[in-house]
Write a protein that binds this ligand. Structure first.
Ligand SMILES: NC(=O)c1ccc[n+]([C@@H]2O[C@H](COP(=O)([O-])OP(=O)(O)OC[C@H]3O[C@@H](n4cnc5c(N)ncnc54)[C@H](O)[C@@H]3O)[C@@H](O)[C@H]2O)c1
Ligand SMILES: O=C(O)C(=O)C[C@@H](O)[C@H](O)[C@H](O)COP(=O)(O)O
Ligand SMILES: [Zn+2]
Length: 368
C-alpha cells in the first residue's frame, strides 16, 4: 500500500490510526484484519442518499467478499438529518438487523453522517465501536477526535458525546465526485487547523491555493494530513475539552450561531466557520489581542471560494442570543477562541458585548 499515509491519535480512551490515501476502501478488509477485527462481528453501514449510490456498494461488497455481514441504512443528505428523530430511526434499523454489542458502525460520508452515525455508535446499547470513512474534505476534521452528536433547534451539536472511532480510513479518491461548494467548505477547516497551530502551513496554503482548489491529489493529501496532525495533537492533549481543545472551535462561536440563525443547511458548516473566523480575527484585533490579521485571513478564505461576510437577513440579536448559549460559555459569558498571532489561538472568556457588537457591524460591511 505504497500511497497510504498514517497518523495516530492517542487518547485516554484509545489510540487509533488515521489512514489517508487513494483506493483505500479496497483495502478495508486488510486494515480491519490488521486491527484484529473478527469478521463475525456484525457491521452496519450508515451513509446518506448522495454518498450511498456512489460508494456504499463498493464498501459493502469488499467486506462481504471477505466474510463480513454488513447491513446498510441511509439518511437524507442534509444537515437536517442531524436530529434525535433520525437517531431513533437508525437505532430501529440496528435493532431490526440484530446488531449486538460486538457490532460496529461504519460511517460512510461527510460530517453529517460521521456525527450522526458516531452518536448512534456512542448510544446504541450504551456504546459500540465505529469506523469513520470520510468522503468530504471537511470530514478530515469531523472524523477525528470523537465529537459526535446531533443538533437542536436552539443550538448546534447540543446533544452528543465524546466517543472515539476505532479507525479513520480516508479514501481520497472519493473527493473526485465532491461538488465545488463542498470542496471550498472543507478548506475552511483546513485553514482553521493551519491558523490555530501551524504558521508555516498557512504560508503553504497561500502558496498552493490554485493546486489545492483544483484538488491536485498530492497537495490535497498533504493538506488533509497536516490538518489532521494539528487536530490529533490537540485532541491527544485534551480529549474532552477541559481547556486547550477549545482552540479547535476557532471561528465556531460566530459560525455555529450563524448556522442556527440562518436555518441549518443554509450556510454549509465550512462557510459559516469561514465567516466566523474572519469575525473572530476582527474581534481579536478589536480587543487588542493581536496585530491586524483579518485581511490576511479574509484573502485566504476568499481564495478558496468561501464567503467572509454576514448575510443581511441574519439578525444580530439572534446571533448574540445563540452565542450566549454556546457550549464554551459559562454563566452566559461570551467565550471565543481568539488569535494571538498566526499559528496561535487562545480561549478567551467574558468578552464584553460592546466589542462584539462592533465586530458584527464590521463583519456586515464590504470586504476590502
Ligand atoms: N465532529 C466534529 O469534530 C466535526 C468537525 C467539523 C464539522 N462537523 C460537522 O460536520 C458537518 C458538516 O460536514 P460536511 O461538510 O462533510 O457536510 P455533509 O456531510 O453534509 O456533506 C456535504 C454534502 O456533500 C455530499 N457528499 C459527501 N461526500 C461526497 C462525495 N465524495 N461525492 C459527492 N458528494 C458527497 C453529501 O451527501 C452532502 O450533500 C456539520 O454538521 C458539522 O457540524 C463535525
Ligand atoms: O473537534 C473539535 O473540538 C472541534 O471543535 C471541531 C469543530 O470543527 C467541529 O465543528 C465540532 O463539531 C464543534 O464542536 P462543538 O463542541 O462546538 O459542537
Ligand atoms: Zn467545525
Amino acid at each position: 500500500m505504497s500511497n497510504m499515509r498514517t497518523l495516530t491519535v492517542d487518547t485516554r480512551a484509545r489510540s487509533y490510526p488515521i489512514y489517508v490515501g487513494a483506493g483505500l476502501f479496497k483495502r478495508l478488509p486488510d486494515l480491519l484484519e490488521e486491527a484484529g477485527w473478527d469478521s463475525g462481528r456484525p457491521l452496519m453501514l450508515v451513509t446518506d442518499d448522495r454518498v450511498g449510490p456512489l460508494y456504499a456498494d463498493q464498501v459493502q461488497r469488499v467486506l462481504t467478499d471477505h466474510g463480513y455481514r454488513v447491513g446498510s441504512v441511509s439518511v437524507p443528505a442534509t444537515e437536517q438529518s442531524k436530529t434525535l428523530s433520525q437517531l431513533e430511526e437508525l437505532t430501529t434499523a440496528c435493532i431490526q438487523a440484530g446488531m449486538d454489542r460486538s457490532g460496529g458502525i461504519l460511517a460512510l460520508g461527510g460530517g453529517v453522517v460521521g456525527d450522526l452515525a458516531g452518536f448512534l455508535a456512542a448510544s446504541y446499547m450504551r456504546g459500540i465501536s465505529f469506523i469513520q470513512l470520510p468522503t468530504t474534505l471537511l470530514a478530515h476534521d469531523s472524523s477525528v477526535g470523537g465529537k459526535v452528536g446531533v443538533n437542536h433547534p436552539l443550538g448546534k451539536n447540543m446533544i452528543g458525546a465524546f466517543h472515539q472511532p476505532s479507525m479513520v480510513v480516508f479514501d481520497v479518491e472519493t473527493l473526485n465526485t465532491l461538488p465545488a461548494r463542498q470542496v471550498s467548505s472543507g478548506y475552511a477547516e483546513v485553514v482553521k487547523h493551519a491558523w490555530i497551530g501551524d504558521a508555516d502551513f498557512v504560508s503553504w496554503l497561500e502558496e498552493n491555493r490554485d493546486g489545492l482548489t483544483n484538488l491536485d491529489p498530492d497537495l490535497t493529501t498533504e493538506a488533509i494530513l497536516r490538518g489532521c496532525a494539528v487536530k490529533a495533537k490537540v485532541v491527544s492533549q485534551d480529549e474532552e475539552e477541559a481547556g486547550l481543545r477549545a482552540i479547535l472551535n476557532y471561528g465556531h462561536t460566530i459560525g455555529h450561531a450563524l448556522e442556527a440563525a440562518a436555518g441549518y443547511g443554509t450556510y454549509t458548516h465550512g462557510e459559516a466557520v469561514a465567516v466566523g473566523m474572519v469575525g473572530e480575527t476582527m474581534l481579536g484585533e478589536e480587543l487588542g489581542l493581536c496585530a491586524p490579521l483579518a485581511d490576511r485571513m479574509e484573502a485566504l478564505l476568499q481564495a478558496f471560494g468561501l464567503p467572509t461576510r454576514l448575510r443581511a437577513d441574519v439578525r444580530d440579536a439572534e446571533l448574540l442570543e445563540l452565542m450566549r448559549r454556546d457550549k464554551k460559555a459559562q454563566q452566559g459569558a461570551f467565550t471565543f477562541a481568539l488569535p494571538r498571532e498566526v499559528g496561535r489561538v487562545e480561549r478567551v472568556t467574558g468578552v464584553p458585548e460592546g466589542p462584539l457588537q462592533r465586530t458584527l457591524d464590521r463583519l456586515r460591511g464590504d470586504s476590502g
